[in-house]
Design a protein around this ligand. Sequence first.
Ligand SMILES: Nc1ncnc2c1ncn2[C@@H]1O[C@H](COP(=O)(O)OP(=O)(O)OP(=O)(O)O)[C@@H](O)[C@H]1O
Ligand SMILES: [Mg+2]
Length: 228
Amino acid sequence: MILVKDLKRYYGTGETVVKALKGVSFEIKKGEFVAIMGASGSGKTTLLRILALLDDATEGEYTIRGLQVSSLPEAERSYYRLTQVGYVFQDYALINEMSAAENVYILSMMEGKSRKESYEIALEALDKVGLKGKHSKIPDELSGGEKQRVAIARAIAKKPDILFADEPCANLDTNNSKQVLDVFKELNEKYGQTIVMVTHEPWHTEYVDRVITFEDGNLVSDEKKRNR
Ligand SMILES: Nc1ncnc2c1ncn2[C@@H]1O[C@H](COP(=O)(O)OP(=O)(O)OP(=O)(O)O)[C@@H](O)[C@H]1O
Ligand SMILES: [Mg+2]
């Protein structure tokens, strides 16, 4: 589904150049749940942002379902990003003045869907993450884990090809982290959602199929955790 070949990302030029990714290659199959690990500064966020089309690689190839996205014109990249890619941030990135349902349905509304259809899509997504009955709460009335689950609902409402998450549990205690990881696992097992998640915590890898580890801009290990 995702094919990455000799991907490089350099920041700056000349003497001050930072080589965040030094040429990484790997493949992610449809339906896999992959964890990306590695020390701070090893290139995890840089990689995720490129895969989610939020940033460009300096060099290398990147294809999704055979489509060479690295060389698509910006308008098509933008369309693909909006309709096919889900992204979950460490800090939830919710709008505080809006309810859970509104935070989720705003994207469908922007796509031009009707208010009614957008609302139905939002409620279905909130159900999937276990937030039935909380759709009228605003972020301040929710726990950290619930906020992150609203953000996951927003990311999956458009039924993306791939769901990316950059340290989604970084601000959560163990209990809330488990709720969020259980949601990812269920989305993966029940709906076949392909997921790529960056994490620092070794215990999180119990939830995934495969662990890819980065060190200083290089992919240094690729380990299968369970057979599907
Ligand atoms: N916009 C930028 N400009 C310059 N350097 C950057 C930029 N973004 C990242 N870097 C550098 O690239 C390297 C990789 O950063 P990246 O954020 O990908 O690491 P990370 O593995 O996600 O780290 P963390 O675990 O702390 O989130 C680091 O040396 C970082 O300082
Ligand atoms: Mg990071």
